[in-house]
Design a protein around this ligand. Structure first.
Ligand code: 3PG
Length: 400
């Protein structure tokens, strides 16, 4: 983007592909981290006199307009953060979008409606995506990719559109890639990775890669129960992916062979039922050893001994990557595990990276100061796929 700004953008229509896919409670944004993260790019372009056209997806609508997934709340929040009015177009490539863009003066910003209201955005059919990208290209002279959270998607606005316009990487993408490079090339050791979240299947590829890179892997969240089962423990009615047990067993063997310390919970909080996340009524969980989960109970957070153990395993790290909550942190009775890991990162003298999605939202909603972390990524899936060593379509298109 510095190259673009140096060349001058005054009066040019610049399409910024952002990731404004923020968590919503109705029309209320519960974490605006992703909007704040793209501000430097939007501000720099506006200050340079560009007509800024901001586009993003939000949620997973089915390729048609759906008010529940409107980008309007994100556009309003963007206007508040910019301290300037932001025009909002109620369609994506139709007359409203063209009117909004035509109405922009240099230095002004417009947001177009959710890209995924059009089936061409996410289509697997190259021609359908290409046709939608052509319609988006008609709205701008230049493309700036800055939606790091979506660079792993081969979608029209991420992958096809940059090929049609002069294209540049925004500040956010440059920062994110710079940080993740530090974790993949010449990482400072000990390199400790904490992984949580519900499903092992989402993390298989990254675990596979990390078994050759990390010094220590701490496992928590729903996925821990598949590891405990693979170790031979009963897990009651906890989340379990039976079909992943052979892969997990193979990982445990490989960790031992490679000298990677694979650490599993030693105790967990259990309850016969999943907590009510709306009323947050007290759940009164019981703490049990990880090899003594009762048959009629499910594990919902790591226990106090595990919290201490994981904090001690993080204490001497020179580099930390953390992705995925340790428990059902949305309920106060099951938030302590996630808090303990976040606190260990805050206290760490090493370089700490929080990998996007739920963990980024968790540190903010649990009241941590985001400046206490080395970097909080805006990409959940994107940062994991980067660490897996995959080619990310949105980055490849910008490098082209
Ligand atoms: C994310 O939240 O990880 C990104 O915004 C991508 O969203 P998606 O998983 O719906 O493509």
């Amino acid at each position: 983007i510095d190259e673009l700004l140096a060349a001058g953008v005054s009066g040019k229509r610049v399409f910024v592909r952002a990731d404004l896919n923020v968590p919503l409670d109705g029309a209320t944004i519960t974490d605006d981290g992703r909007i704040r993260a793209v501000l430097p790019t939007i501000k720099a372009l506006a200050e340079a006199g560009a007509k800024v056209v901001v586009a993003s997806h939000l949620g997973r609508p089915k390729g048609a307009p759906d008010p529940a997934f409107s980008l309007l709340p994100a556009a309003e929040r963007l206007g508040e953060l910019l301290g300037a009015p932001v025009a909002f177009a109620q369609d994506t490539v139709g007359p409203a979008a063209h009117d909004a863009v035509d109405g922009l003066q240099p230095g002004q910003v417009a947001v177009i409606e959710n890209l995924r209201f059009n089936p061409g955005e996410t289509s697997k059919d190259d021609a359908e995506r290409d046709a939608f990208a052509d319609r988006l290209a008609a709205l701008a002279d230049v493309y700036v990719g800055d939606g790091f959270g979506a660079v792993h998607r081969q979608h029209a606005s991420v992958y096809d559109l940059p090929k049609k316009l002069p294209h540049y990487a925004g500040h956010l993408i440059s920062t994110e890639v710079g940080v993740l490079k530090k974790l993949t090339e010449d990482v400072e050791r000990p390199y400790v990775v904490a992984l949580g979240g519900a499903k092992v299947s989402d993390k298989l590829a990254v675990i596979d890669e990390l078994l050759g890179k990390a010094d220590r892997l701490l496992i928590g969240g729903g996925m821990a129960y598949t590891f405990l089962k693979a170790k031979g423990h009963e897990v009651g009615i906890s989340l379990l992916q039976e079909d992943q047990i052979p892969a997990v067993k193979e990982y445990m063997e490989r960790a031992e062979k490679n000298g990677v310390e694979l650490v599993l919970p030693v105790d967990v909080l259990v309850s016969p039922e999943f907590p009510d996340l709306k009323t947050k009524a007290p759940a009164n969980p019981t703490t049990v050893a990880a090899d003594a989960i009762p048959a009629d109970q499910e594990g919902l957070d790591i226990g106090p001994k595990t919290r201490k153990l994981y904090a001690s395993k993080l204490a001497d790290a020179a580099t930390v990557f953390w992705n995925g909550p340790m428990g059902v942190f949305e309920h106060p009775d099951y938030a302590e595990g996630t808090k303990a890991v976040a606190q260990a990162l805050v206290e760490s003298k090493g370089f700490t990276v929080v990998g996007g999605g739920d963990s980024a939202a968790a540190v903010r909603t649990l009241g941590f100061d985001e400046n206490a972390f080395g970097h909080i990524s805006t990409g959940g899936g994107a940062s994991l796929e980067y660490l897996e060593g995959k080619t990310l379509p949105g980055l490849a298109a910008l490098e082209d």
